[in-house]
Structures are given as C-alpha cells and as structure tokens.
Design a protein around this ligand. Structure first.
Ligand code: PLP
Length: 356
C-alpha cells in the first residue's frame, strides 16, 4: 500500500534525496567507496560541501557578507550558541511555544532577556500581535514556524532591530529577506536532510562582538573561518542536504515551493473547516502554519480520536498523531510532501465521517 508521510520530524524527504543518498552509500562519486567511509577532506566531498553552500545561498538569495554553516548539535544547541555569540547586554524574544521557551531559557544564561509577548495563555494557538521591541536590544529572536502548535509567522517582522530566527521547520517554504537578519538557524530534519546537521546563516560582521571568551567549537567564527570543516562535519546529512537543494532548484525555487505549500495547506484546512467532525486548533487563519496542520475532533466526537488514527493508519496515513501538548492530529505538509498525499488524507477524513 502507498504510504503518505505526515511525520513532524524527522519527516518526509524527496524521493530524489533518498535515491541519490542510497546510491552514494553504495558508491560515492565513482570512487568505488561508500560516502560513509571516505575522508571529509577528499576533493570529492569538498565539492559536495562547496555546492551545498552555494545552492543554499542561491535558493535563499543570501547577500554578500553572510556565511552558511553546517554544524552538529541540532537547533537545540543553537538556543545556547546564539546568545553566547550574539548577546552583549539585552535581547528580545517572542514566546510562541516550547521551542521558543527553550531558546529563552538558554538566552537568560548570557544576559537580560525581554520576552516581548507570549501566546502561552491559549496553549500557543495564536501568534501575538501588538507588541513592540525595545530599540536598545542586541537582537529580536522569534521562531518562524511553531511545529508543535501549527502557527507560523510567514512574513519577516518589521521590528526596527536586527533579527535572529529559528526556521527549523519552514526553511525553503518562502522567500526570506535575509538582510534583516544577523542569523537564521535550524535543524535539518524537517525541510532539508536527515537528522544530524544544523544549518546556520550568519552575517559575518555581526560576529566577534560579545566580549566573551568562547570555547572554540561554540564560536561561530571558528566555523566561518574553516568553512564548516574545523572538525569532521556530518558528512552523510550534508550530502543529502545537497540533493534536496538540487531538487528545490529543479522545482523552480522557493517562490514556486511556496505556492505549492500554500495550495496543499489550503486544501487540508478547507477540508477541516467544512467538516462536521474535525476542527483546527488555530482559529485565526492568518496565524495558521502551512507546514504543520493541527486539528482535533469536536467535543461531541472526542472519543473517536483514537479510532480515526487507526482508520487512517490502516489506509497508509503515517505520523498523524498530534504532539502530546496539543493532542488530536497533526499533519505535517513539508516541501517534499506531494499534493496527492493531502488529497488522500482529505478523502480518508470524509470516508471516516461518513462511516460514523
Ligand atoms: C524540531 C525543532 C527544533 C529542535 O530541533 P533539534 O534539531 O532536535 O534540536 C527546534 N525548533 C523548531 C522550530 C523545531 O521544529
């Protein structure tokens, strides 16, 4: 049976990424060796690294003066590395969920943190509006897509200060005005590559100003100077990332991807909004994520939630269970997920409604 992959992360990869990765695990760049067993300093892997960085810059239209890094440690290490490197006295943070709160917790270890707004009062089911960011902060940090709750900030905020963003779960789903940011980071395992690599886009001249003595590995300058080759980088995930970037270029770039993602999300939200049984957990349409669609059963059908999961799984719908903090269902519609899968899910929802 055809499987439809709605996992939130790690999550669906393009078939191209999987096929090319599988080939390279057998024989990489006609070396007669697996990519798992060659030097990261070989000219063949150096070419992978160089092309991945240059395609990354091309697809996001990254201006001169920025570096793209591929590091280890996940987005979670960036929660600490960002303030360690960039927070001198005070930073502003927007609290839109568990990931944002984790970033706030780490930042507090390094300086004053002004939490400018929070949506915690409603279990993070909306994006705070009407807040201001003090002009004297070193940066304003926000999470662009809140993977767990299905809310998203899809336009670069205009806060009058330098920005830093965790774009783990919506990178390459829209054009971004990189020039407004000092740094953007994310774990790769949602829209880019298998788990194990973290991307960082950083403005070179924003570095080296913290006044702190930093451990070598936790200093962005180390990795900028050595082009992400200070130590052994996550070779295989970087290879896979390159395949995904090639696939994105082939699709036509982020503008095209954004249109596809919006169409997929519209299709599913419409099905939810017009159903008698399901309801979206994010009421404001403009706050709804196009990456993670969270929904539950209406109160009168609440006891059917686990049977729907079973029903859908039996029909090839994988990874639909909602995060424990929200419950219900979460369908992740990352870039690699085809519209066909969204349509299949809406059909299964209709079929379930009819039979109950
Ligand atoms: C998945 C996710 C993280 C955590 O990433 P790790 O690489 O597991 O540390 C952080 N932020 C957001 C928005 C995420 O979706």
């Amino acid at each position: 049976m055809k499987k439809h992959n709605f996992y939130a992360g790690p999550s669906i990869m393009s078939q191209f990424t999987i096929d090319e990765t599988a080939k390279a695990v057998k024989d990489f760049a006609d070396m007669g060796l697996s990519i798992l067993e060659i030097s990261h300093r070989s000219k063949q892997f150096q070419a992978v690294m160089d092309e991945a960085i240059s395609l990354f810059k091309y697809l996001l239209d990254i201006p001169q003066g920025y570096s793209v890094l591929f590091l280890g440690g996940g987005a979670s290490l960036q929660f600490a590395m960002v303030p360690m490197n960039m927070l001198k006295t005070k930073a502003a943070y927007l609290d839109t969920g568990v990931w944002a709160s984790k970033a706030i917790k780490e930042a507090k270890l390094f300086g004053e943190v002004d939490v400018v707004a929070s949506s915690k009062d409603k279990n993070y089911n909306y994006i705070p509006k009407d807040y201001t960011v003090p002009s004297d902060v070193d940066y304003f940090h926000y999470t662009s897509n809140n993977t767990i709750y299905g809310t998203e900030i899809r336009k670069d905020p205009e806060m009058g200060v330098r920005m830093i963003s965790d774009m783990s779960s919506d990178i390459f789903s829209r054009p971004v005005d990189i020039s407004k940011y000092d740094l953007i980071y994310g774990g790769a395992q949602k829209n880019l590559a298998p788990a194990g690599v973290t991307f960082v886009i950083v403005k070179d001249d924003a570095l080296g100003k913290s006044g702190r003595v930093l451990p070598t590995m936790l200093n962005y300058e180390t990795h900028v100077k050595k082009d992400s080759m200070f130590n052994t980088p996550p070779v295989l995930p970087i290879f896979s990332a390159l395949q995904t970037l090639k696939y994105y270029k082939e699709l036509g770039g982020v503008e095209v991807i954004e249109k596809m993602d919006v169409a997929k999300a519209d299709c599913l939200y419409n099905a939810i909004d017009s159903s008698k049984m399901f309801v979206a957990t994010v009421p404001n349409h403009e706050d709804r994520s196009i990456m993670n669609v969270c929904f539950v059963m209406k109160p009168e059908y609440k006891d059917l939630e686990s049977s729907f999961i079973e029903f859908a799984t039996a029909r090839g719908m994988m990874g639909l269970k909602g995060h424990r903090d929200v419950g219900g269902f979460r369908a992740s519609l990352y870039n690699a997920l085809p519209m066909e899968s969204v349509k299949a899910l809406t059909e299964v929802m209709k079929e379930f409604e009819k039979s109950h």
